[in-house]
Design a protein around this ligand. Structure first.
Ligand code: PXG
Length: 455
């Protein structure tokens, strides 16, 4: 579809036939949809030929950048050799098995096995069932409850959206399903009050302990959290948070589940987010960066603790998808990981471009409308504030964030806004001058906010 004339009525066709995810279709159809036609490196181009620097890597996923010919070649080779075969009835395919081994080689510790899915949402459904099956096999059929966090995102299937802590998602479709509770998120800026970040981190972690006491330890199967909450606004927990969570899970004998869908495969400058925070989960859903979004694939990393019980006690796990471990998607993921390894991209994020990004991002904290600007690796969250001296927030956070985001878009920069937080997660291949451009364009949008909104 490189002939732009053939795209001239795509907008009308889209309005007539295409229902977009997470969208108000009436409003979108009235405004008109943006058609993204091609991409290269960190840039995307729309059907009018307008170029944008994509500081969001698609949707937190195109970590090796766009336009990698090696990826197209690897996929094409696999399609020609074996486009599909399942792994249900005692079979597998070479890329599927080799990918499981490759992922385990980076997972470290006792995370030695992978169950494949097509997405992060399916990974949520998968680990939830697996955790319950695990406890039942150990003679604890009552240990089914999961504790998750408010404002978390774990997907959009019935289980994924229930595990997630987004109220506005629960309101549609009678969610959450039974057996899921949500505790506070470690969002110090908005909810920390007079506590120091370190004190607040401990306090919210200990809500887990309180919730376990309330429910009864023998009823709680697992706790799930993103190492850094992504869609919820890049909520970076205080340093005290994760070690305390790990202690509680260990002492109370509940499974720790680290949702690695965004943080996995290098975004924080470590192969997995739990490694950055120095904890080891029992289960870890993955997706996105596993294939850098070139093809859909996800999965669940399974520790020996759980796998041993599944193998020795459970027998059949009655769960799986037609495309679990799809060979072409697995070939894409293998090639993606080869690129990350060969180009040292995890190390680049940790030692080079991550620190460079952090410096530029942090420099925005001097701006009048910025409360704080934090990042880990190439994941940045910037808090907008009406009054930074008191941490007072704007009255209409969604409008404010959208205004900044739209200003960026008009100037050729793709960012994401969650309420009054601006989020960045660029490709690991972004250059220093491209990082400078992100910071400069975002600063201009912040100026625009300062000059237009007076509260
Ligand atoms: N867990 C996490 C932490 C995620 O970020 C999922 C699970 C679900 O993955 P799938 O592949 O089923 O989408 C996600 C997905 C946003 C946005 O606007 C974020 C996601 C998906 C869609 C939009 O930030 N994350």
């Amino acid at each position: 579809m490189s002939d732009t004339s053939s795209l001239s009525n795509l907008g009308a066709i889209d309005a007539a036939h295409h229902l977009h995810p997470f969208s108000d279709m009436k409003k979108l159809n009235a405004a008109g949809t943006r058609i993204i036609q091609r991409a290269e490196g960190v840039h995307i181009f729309d059907s009018n030929g307008k170029k944008y620097l994509d500081a969001f890597a698609g949707l937190w996923c195109v970590n090796i950048g766009y336009g990698r010919k090696e990826m197209a070649d690897a996929v094409s080779r696999q399609m020609n050799e074996l486009p599909y075969y399942n792994s249900f009835f005692g079979t597998t395919t070479p890329p599927t098995t080799l990918l499981a081994q490759k992922i385990a080689s980076h997972a470290g510790g006792k995370l030695n096995r992978v169950f494949f899915t097509n997405s992060g949402s399916e990974a949520s459904d998968t680990w939830l069932r697996m955790a319950r099956v695990y406890w039942k096999a150990l003679g604890k059929p009552e240990k089914t409850h999961v504790i998750a966090r408010k404002n978390a995102y774990h997907g959009s299937t019935v289980a994924g959206a229930s595990l997630g802590g987004m109220k506005w998602m629960h309101e549609q479709g009678n969610l959450p399903i039974d057996g899921i509770s949500h505790i506070k998120q470690p969002y110090w800026y908005a909810e920390g009050g007079d506590l120091s970040p370190a004190e607040f981190g401990l306090k919210v972690a200990r809500e887990l302990e309180e919730k376990i006491d309330e429910l009864g330890e023998d009823r709680v199967a697992a706790f799930v959290a993103e190492p850094i909450q992504g869609a919820g606004g890049v909520i970076i927990p205080p340093e005290t948070y994760w070690p305390e969570i790990a202690r509680i899970c260990r002492e109370r004998n509940i499974l720790l589940v680290s949702d690695e869908v965004i943080c996995g495969f290098g975004r924080l400058g470590s192969w997995f987010g739990y490694q950055h925070f120095g904890v080891e989960p029992d289960l870890a859903p993955i997706a996105k960066g596993l294939s850098s979004g070139y093809l859909p694939i996800g999965g669940v990393l399974v520790s020996d603790r759980v796998a041993d019980v599944m193998l020795d006690e459970v027998g059949d796990f009655n769960h799986g998808f037609t495309y679990s471990g799809h060979p072409v998607c697995a070939a894409a993921a293998l090639e993606n990981i080869r690129i990350i390894e060969d180009e040292g991209l995890v190390e680049r994020v940790r030692d080079d471009i991550g620190p460079y990004f952090a410096k530029g991002w942090k420099s925005l904290e001097d701006h009048e409308v910025v409360g704080e600007a934090q990042s880990v690796g190439l994941m940045g969250g910037l808090q907008l504030a009406a009054d930074k001296s008191t941490r007072r927030r704007y009255a209409k956070p969604d409008d404010i964030g959208t205004m900044v985001r739209n200003h960026c878009l008009d100037n050729g920069l793709v960012m994401r806004a969650t309420g009054d937080r601006m989020l960045a997660s660029p490709a690991f291949t972004i250059s220093r001058s491209e990082v400078d451009e992100v910071v400069e364009k975002l600063r201009k949008a912040l100026d625009h906010l300062r000059d237009t909104v007076r509260e």
